[in-house]
Write a protein that binds this ligand. Structure first.
Ligand code: HEC
Length: 136
């Protein structure tokens, strides 16, 4: 059997996936994901669904990492710091939820809002058509 075509296919797939992985998605797509995960996390915490809350908090942490990476090239220090703070808070939620400590997880959850608001107040601009724009 000739294995070359198979090998070629595998290599091509690998290359295509690498290119896709490097392509960043638009920031508002990250934010929509943040918003949905943030809402879902609250529901899971409120109903003491701890394993699901851990998953949400970990996802939130990686989304805020994505947000940090987005702002890094702009060197927008406060935005980077808000994204970092939100990552630590998400990590704290995941840790508390993993221990089954709902109260601690809720407290950490409550501390995230200031990062959302802080970053939005300085770096999100509402356009006349009610969409948002990034203000670096
Ligand atoms: C590091 C800065 C930063 C942090 C932290 C941040 N945001 Fe945002 N957010 C933005 C910016 C900038 C936009 C506007 C992006 C755009 O529309 O292109 C935005 C847009 C949004 C939008 C509108 C998305 C759309 O286009 O429909 C939602 C919803 C949102 N953020 C929710 C949140 C929530 C919830 C949190 C906290 C859990 C949060 N954000 C944390 C910077 C941030």
């Amino acid at each position: 059997m000739n294995r070359k075509p198979v090998l070629f296919l595998i290599l091509t797939c690998g290359l295509v996936m690498t290119v896709f992985a490097q392509q960043k998605r638009p920031f508002d797509a990250v934010m929509k994901d943040v918003n949905a995960t943030f809402g879902g996390l609250k529901k899971n915490l409120d109903s003491s669904a701890m394993p699901a809350a851990v998953t949400d908090a970990e996802k939130l942490q990686s989304l805020f990492k994505e947000a940090e990476d987005f702002w890094t090239p702009f060197k927008t220090k406060d935005a980077i710091d808000f994204a970092k703070g939100a990552q630590s808070a998400s990590q704290a939620i995941a840790a508390a939820a993993r221990e089954g400590n709902g109260q601690k997880a809720q407290a950490a959850y409550g501390s995230i809002g200031k990062y959302c608001k802080g970053c939005h107040d300085s770096h999100r601009e509402l356009m006349p058509d009610k969409t948002f724009k990034i203000k670096p």
